[in-house]
Design a protein around this ligand. Structure first.
Ligand code: NAP
Length: 289
């Protein structure tokens, strides 16, 4: 008997949802181009020569081109210095043809990452990582939202998972994923618990969840006996192991108990770039007035 046959859970297809988001964005971009007299523009800033960052930025630029977003790209050496990098961000903030500014992280040692990110104009903060955007999100006010947590919310909505009044448990409290997702779920009226490395009884807390999100970076940490029967399980984790890419959830075991579950790869991953494109279109629309 294969794991497939034991699966009780519906598998949430992030690739398909991401494709629908990209189609929607392409239509919006075409409409915006008509109104603005120019395509929406996304600026990417790549500092140093981290191979993973190079791949991420290339993928983002290619995805932009596919939906008609103009890509403006800056590549800076690892020893660029903080002032020069801040200068590039200032230029892009002032450039009327640029709707979104993305500074690829991590930045080289010796550069204050928070200072650089916070320099991005909130109206162009398509990664949603500035303190200004985080503050708006925390207060439940409109603003640009980090792409991965925005993708999780989109997946839940597309899957018809109601979060209002639900017990939502997030494992992980990073600025990139856990914290903004907690704010999004709270704003959507879930009852939110955020777990981390100091949480006392992680398994018991996870077992309370109607919606369980793992954003840890620990292969198959979340076992089948951590899942409440029928729960929706969203696996944000991406871990390279000898057996290939695996998530933070034991997919086979959890899939026997959950009502719905995202695979890795093909779940949350494809949503992240799709939401970056959606954020860029949104920023362009807001700037168009
Ligand atoms: P991160 O900054 O390393 O944060 C990890 C969080 O997990 C921390 O809050 C940490 O707690 C917590 N944690 C670590 N070990 C734990 C344990 N044994 N029990 C409970 N909590 C534990 O990671 P991140 O940037 O949020 O990313 C998380 C995962 O998502 C990674 O695998 C990453 O590759 C993946 N990711 C995927 C996408 C995507 O597009 N699919 C995007 C972003 C990230 P403390 O705060 O106490 O240290």
């Amino acid at each position: 008997v294969t794991a497939d046959r034991l699966m009780a859970a519906r598998v949430l297809d992030g690739k398909a949802v991401a494709a629908r988001v990209r189609e929607r964005v392409a239509d919006e971009v075409a409409d915006l181009e008509g109104r603005l007299g120019r395509p929406p523009g996304l600026a990417t800033v790549l500092t140093g020569d981290d191979p993973a960052s190079q791949v991420y930025v290339r993928n983002k630029r290619e995805a932009s081109a596919e939906v008609g977003i103009r890509s403006i790209h800056h590549e800076l050496p690892a020893d660029v210095g903080e002032d020069s990098l801040l200068g590039v961000v200032d230029e892009l903030n002032a450039d009327p043809g640029v709707d979104g500014v993305l500074v690829q992280l991590p930045l080289p040692d010796g550069i204050d990452q928070d200072a650089v990110v916070d320099r991005i104009a909130p109206a162009k903060d398509v990664d949603g990582l500035t303190a200004a955007s985080a503050g708006l999100l925390a207060q439940g006010r409109p603003g640009l939202v980090p792409c991965t947590p925005a993708g999780v919310m989109e997946l839940l909505a597309e899957a018809g998972v109601g979060v209002e009044g639900a017990e939502a448990v997030i494992v992980g409290r990073s600025i990139l994923v856990g914290r903004p997702l907690a704010a999004l779920l709270l704003n959507a009226s879930a009852t939110v618990t955020v777990c981390h490395s100091r949480t006392r009884d992680l398994a018991a807390t996870c077992r309370r969840a109607d919606v369980l999100v793992a954003a840890v970076g620990s292969p198959r940490l979340v076992g089948g006996d951590w899942i409440k029967p029928g729960a929706t399980v969203i696996d944000v984790g991406v871990n390279r192991t000898d057996e290939g890419l695996v998530g933070d959830v034991d997919f086979e075991a959890a899939g026997e108990v959950a009502g719905a579950i995202t695979p890795v790869p093909g779940g949350v991953g494809p949503m992240t770039i799709a939401m970056l494109l959606a954020n860029t279109a949104r920023a362009a629309r807001a700037r168009a007035g």
